[in-house]
Design a protein around this ligand. Structure first.
Ligand code: OOB
Length: 530
């Protein structure tokens, strides 16, 4: 049968396993083990506490938590109540959180108590001051600290519970426009995403999955990630960060069998693998995705890490493409695999929307049982946003903005992108968003953000600026953007001062021309420094 049973809700993924193997370990975080039974009953008690906070079915709550037991507890408590979590990442800052709160009409935000010297509460308070819907600011440990004696019942019961076709969670889009977007994933479509990914990767109750990437990101959450592992009764190990030091120790200690990385992290892991004394022999499958992976690095996985590589090309909007565990090595190192399901529909089209021939590059369009057909808008916030008209075709395909070709064997190869976002090692930087903030700087007359090739991250960002009076310097620009609440990964890595921005025939900034200027040392400044 395809996917989870009809009528399945995301909360059922855990409940079923708690019935089947209550004493099995479900989570390991910070040296602390939580069994399925404990997880299940703590989720119930947290749900009861949330009800007393008058947070209930249909409400949106922003969750901004690092990997840890609390994240998993809250996620399932929300699923159980039908509360819709909006999954922000710990690296997000006021700009991003304010934007998602606004679009979601969020009633609450869950933050960590304090982490890495950043005051999440002060940020949340500032966001609340500008967002009238935002009522509750709660720290994860406050809600999760539920004594065993606390009765499950309590607070008014929700009148409506979650429904399979209802929204289960909201994911953040990498974004191609200045306006951030939220992606509504239903209980049914996300459960399908999770369960079928777990099946494709051969996960079972012996699986030990290491969440090295943030579990709040689609890749480590549900492809198959932490949810896919729990859905089959496996053990999830939550790493506080993806550094090889931390991860290798956990792999050895917990006998980790599967994990997921982005290409820059893979490079760090490969470099450390030659030096480490940690025993990595339990690793069976290493998923790599989120950004282009070079063949050179792909080929090193098996000999140097001793496990199978799986390339994953995916997106929060839905479509997932995987190389299969039993694919020939050549396919695994040179393609981004095939769509997860036979029901996934993909097209590769030219600028006019006509299908291109096999082997030719074009834009990838995707439609299917777990790919969304529009972005989220809070109830009562008006008609479909303008972005839907450009991001989706009239017949419901999502325009991925990725330039791909299909091989004769039906495998996808990512060749580049058409969208105006820089993929900085898997973190997506929407150029327009950064440009809008740059334009607010008093010294900036015009601005354009482009990606420049980088050995480790694949790409870094370069801001081209036409100054008003004196040219600004990079540290001033970075400080200015940070003050405006931009996440650190969106700050330009490099600043180029130019007299004007080249334009295309239709008057748009010619970003290819700009990127090419960096490859050829054309500017006088550059020549001088040589
Ligand atoms: C994953 O999801 P998002 O939503 O952060 O970003 C999606 C975009 C894709 O449209 C593509 O531009 C890029 O990230 N991308 C890749 C890639 N995987 C994603 N580009 C080249 N090669 C790949 N393997 O990034 C994501 C979601 C689920 C699983 C894995 C990654």
């Amino acid at each position: 049968m395809l996917g989870p049973p009809p009528g399945a809700l995301l909360a059922d993924l855990l409940r079923d396993q708690a019935r089947r193997g209550p004493d099995r370990p479900a989570l390991v975080s910070n040296g602390q083990v939580t069994t399925y039974r404990e997880l299940d009953s703590r989720v119930d008690r947290i749900a009861a506490r949330l009800r007393r906070l008058r947070i209930g079915a249909g409400d949106r709550v922003v969750v901004q938590l690092p990997n840890g037991t609390e994240f998993m507890l809250l996620l399932f408590a929300f699923f159980r109540l039908g509360v819709i979590p909006v999954l922000a990442l710990p690296v997000h800052r006021k700009n991003e959180i304010h934007n998602v709160c606004g679009i979601a009409g969020a009633v609450g935000i869950v933050i960590p108590r304090r982490r890495a010297g950043f005051d999440f509460r002060a940020m949340a308070e500032a966001v609340r001051a500008d967002n009238p819907t935002l009522r509750e600011i709660v720290t994860a440990d406050d809600v999760c600290d539920v004594p065993d004696a606390l009765p499950v019942a309590g607070g008014p019961r929700p009148t409506v519970g979650p429904a399979p076709a209802g929204i289960g969670l909201l994911l953040l889009s990498g974004g191609t426009t200045g306006a951030p977007k939220l992606i509504p994933r239903t209980h049914r479509d996300y459960a399908l995403n999770v369960v079928e990914s777990a099946r494709l990767c051969g996960l079972d109750e012996h699986t030990v999955y290491l969440a090295a990437l943030p579990a709040a990101h689609n890749f480590a959450l549900g492809c198959p990630g932490v949810l896919g592992t729990l859905a089959v009764g496996g053990k999830v190990v939550l790493a506080p960060d993806p550094s090889p030091d931390e991860a290798f120790q956990l792999i050895e200690q917990e006998r980790v069998t599967v994990t997921a990385l982005t290409p820059p992290l893979l490079q760090l892991w490969l470099a450390e693998a030659g030096r480490t004394r940690a025993d990595l022999t339990s690793l069976r499958l290493l998923q790599v995705g989120g950004a282009p992976l070079s063949r050179k690095h792909a080929e090193r996985v098996r000999p140097e890490l001793g496990c199978r590589l799986q390339q994953v090309f995916g997106m929060a909007e839905g479509l997932l493409s995987f190389t299969r565990p039993d694919d020939p090595e050549e396919i695994v190192v040179s393609t981004q695999g095939r769509p997860l399901l036979a029901e996934d529909e993909i097209r590769v089209v030219d600028r006019e929307g006509r299908d291109v021939a096999v082997g030719e590059a074009g834009e990838l369009l995707a439609r299917g049982p777990y790919t969304v057909r529009g972005y989220y808008r809070a109830p009562g916030s008006g008609p479909a946003p303008e972005s839907d008209a450009t991001a989706f075709t009239p017949d419901g395909y999502y325009r991925t903005g990725d330039l791909v070709r299909l091989t004769g064997t039906g495998h996808l190869v990512v060749e580049g992108r058409l969208k105006d976002a820089v993929n900085r090692g898997g973190e997506k930087v929407p150029a327009v968003e950064v440009e809008d903030h740059l334009l607010a700087h008093p010294l900036v007359a015009q601005a354009a953000v482009v990606g420049v090739p980088d050995e480790l991250l694949g790409e870094r960002t370069c801001a081209f600026v036409v100054p008003r009076t004196r040219p600004p310097r990079l540290p001033e620009i970075a400080a200015f953007l940070r003050d405006r609440g931009l996440a650190a990964y969106k700050l330009p890595d490099r600043l180029e001062i130019v007299a004007d921005l080249p334009r295309t025939g239709v008057g748009k900034v010619d970003k290819h021309g700009l990127a090419a200027r960096l490859e050829r040392p054309a500017s006088r400044k550059h020549q001088k420094s040589r």
